[in-house]
Design a protein around this ligand. Structure first.
Ligand SMILES: NC(=O)c1ccc[n+]([C@@H]2O[C@H](COP(=O)([O-])OP(=O)(O)OC[C@H]3O[C@@H](n4cnc5c(N)ncnc54)[C@H](O)[C@@H]3O)[C@@H](O)[C@H]2O)c1
Ligand SMILES: O=P(O)(O)OC[C@H](O)CO
Length: 380
């Protein structure tokens, strides 16, 4: 975070926060981002579909449904009227689950101002189309700057003021390069940065988006093996090889490998693979312990993006011919009826590869069918 003395001196520039930020989606992350933008001095409208859930945000400075123990700053303007939320907004944060992004964009389209930048905060790839969230939004909202806000950010911790960092990524135009402080990435970064929340700036939204979608699937894998009784070696292997899958997919789609080594890649991967606070890891743990899917989370509907991402990310990987064996294992278990123990035992006995991939080596694995069955029995 501090400048190394050997680095060239950089001039500090001042970016102007957006005057009014519209946050679309009033769940835990939407509410946390609204609180951050408000604390950063912006006017903030928070749109949600449920009037009853929104009311206490104005009257008691609480979101009793999603962040009940978090005091929110005064002045957030909650509304169920999307036109009202977008009226005069100079930037938009889209914070509904990825499956709802297209519909919310369609509802927003008639009301959003020309050229207003939109940052996608959902972590997913659209099923069927294989489009990233920025692409889905562009199809519905037309030409304007599209970016991503992502990173290792549990909503409750960020809203409570735990020191947290994230990445804001927008493509940089020629004009942005000449005056980076006026770019949407810079202006949005200062619109959510507070004494405890620190936003970094990137010009690689593809790398950032892929990081967020893939980490959800790898967190389910880590949870499955943790739930099955395995410990740190297994988790470290899944995180590291998961990072390799993330890098390969990001690169194949035009993102940069170095982005994946940042907050929205390894940062978010290590967070989500380390704690049952992650809904993705938690789902994996419950399945690894042998619970049926419909019994997980005591039957409550919980947003677990990695479940859909296991399908959409691997579909996308097939299209660009990137092998993603861990994501494929999670897909097979969640969506194709594969036995959890057998699928992970097969993963461990899959052909021996080079590290890095560029070595392009594949060797028959010496484990025989009996060994695979043996490990499968120990996992189950
Ligand atoms: N919670 C976190 O810690 C966190 C952190 C970073 C990113 N995210 C991402 O943010 C996205 C939202 O997650 P969340 O944790 O806020 O979920 P959440 O379960 O806390 O809330 C989801 C909200 O979306 C609303 N919603 C669902 N479908 C909708 C629709 N069609 N129209 C309008 N509103 C709709 C629900 O009413 C609810 O208010 C996810 O993609 C998640 O991966 C979450
Ligand atoms: O609870 P999860 O697994 O959806 O993770 C939430 C955020 O993505 C963490 O950065």
């Amino acid at each position: 975070m501090t400048r190394n003395k050997t680095q060239p001196a950089q001039l500090t520039m001042r970016a102007k926060p957006y005057e009014k930020v519209a946050v679309l989606g009033a769940g835990s992350w939407g509410t946390a981002l609204a609180a951050l933008a408000r604390r950063a001095g912006c006017r903030v409208a928070l749109w949600g579909r449920d009037a009853e859930a929104l009311a206490p945000i104005a009257t008691r400075q609480r979101n009793l449904r999603h962040l009940p123990d978090v005091p929110l700053p005064a002045g957030i303007e909650p509304t169920t009227d999307i036109a009202e939320a977008l009226d005069g907004a100079s930037a938009v944060l889209l914070v509904v689950p990825s499956r709802a992004v297209r519909g919310v964009c369609a509802a927003a389209a008639p009301h959003i101002g020309a050229d207003v930048p939109v940052a996608l905060c959902a972590k997913g790839v659209e099923p069927e189309s294989g489009l990233m969230m920025t692409q889905v939004a562009e199809e519905e909202l037309g030409p304007r700057p599209y970016g991503v806000l992502s990173g290792p950010t549990f909503a409750r911790e960020a809203a409570l003021g735990h020191p947290t960092a994230a990445t804001v990524a927008f493509p940089f135009t020629h004009v942005d390069r000449l005056n980076p402080a006026a770019s949407p990435a810079a202006r949005l970064a200062v619109s959510v940065s507070t004494e405890s929340f620190r936003a970094y700036i990137s010009d690689d939204p593809v790398g950032v988006e892929i990081g967020g979608a893939v980490k959800n699937v790898i967190a389910i894998a880590c949870g499955m093996m943790t739930g099955a009784g395995f410990a740190e070696n297994t988790r470290a292997a899944l995180i590291t090889r998961g990072l390799d899958e993330m890098k390969a997919l990001a690169e194949a789609l035009g993102g940069r490998r170095e982005t994946v080594t940042g907050l929205a890649g390894i940062g978010d991967l290590s967070l989500s693979c380390s704690s049952p606070t992650s809904r993705n890891m938690s789902l994996g743990m419950q399945l690894g312990q042998g619970l049926a899917r419909n019994a997980c989370f005591d039957g409550r509907p919980v947003v677990v993006e990695g479940e859909g991402n296991a399908l959409s990310v691997t579909d996308l990987a097939h299209r660009v011919r990137v092998p993603m064996p861990i994501c494929e294992t999670v897909r097979a278990i969640l969506h194709e009826g594969a036995d959890l123990g057998t699928a992970f035992a097969r993963l461990w006995a899959s052909p021996i590869e080079g590290e890095p991939r560029s070595l392009a080596i594949l060797l028959d694995h010496p484990a025989d069918a009996d060994a695979v069955t043996g490990l499968a029995r120990r996992i189950a």
